[in-house]
Design a protein around this ligand. Sequence first.
Ligand code: IDP
Ligand code: MG
Length: 143
Amino acid sequence: MSNRTFAILKPDCVRKNLIGQVLTNITDVGFKVLAMKMTRLTKDSASGFYEIHKERPFFNDLLDYMTSGPCVPLALEKDNAVEDFRKLIGATNPAEAAEGTIRKMYAKDITENIVHGSDSDENAAIEISHFFSRKELLENNGF
Ligand code: IDP
Ligand code: MG
């Protein structure tokens, strides 16, 4: 069990002006923000990040969506971070997400689903280092 996960407030979250609201949902349940930035993904960066899905039929739509505007990557800390964050955001498809989850409350559909959350400790570490340099993590948090 690791105490870190990686999240992205996706472009629809930024467009809908929900950055503050969703961050509040995240910090209210005890996640601490270790690092945060606002950035617009390039096609290359988005396809590297979602490499695992490159054979899926929705891959091109996913790249268009993730590059459609700025997003907010976050490195987060909490006990049992990966699992607790996945519970907080809910199922990929908001129609199937539990009541009270972030995707249930704010997401439009299975593509535009507001937020990313790592699915394992190993991927959390890879994804954090995809978006944040050692220097950024060190300067912000002293580790
Ligand atoms: P996750 O974000 O809940 O981990 P993944 O299966 O890893 O879900 O998919 C990554 C992202 O790709 C989803 O969050 C969503 O934006 C998009 N996506 C996943 N499945 C579909 C689909 O069946 N149709 C369209 N977009 C999808
Ligand atoms: Mg995933």
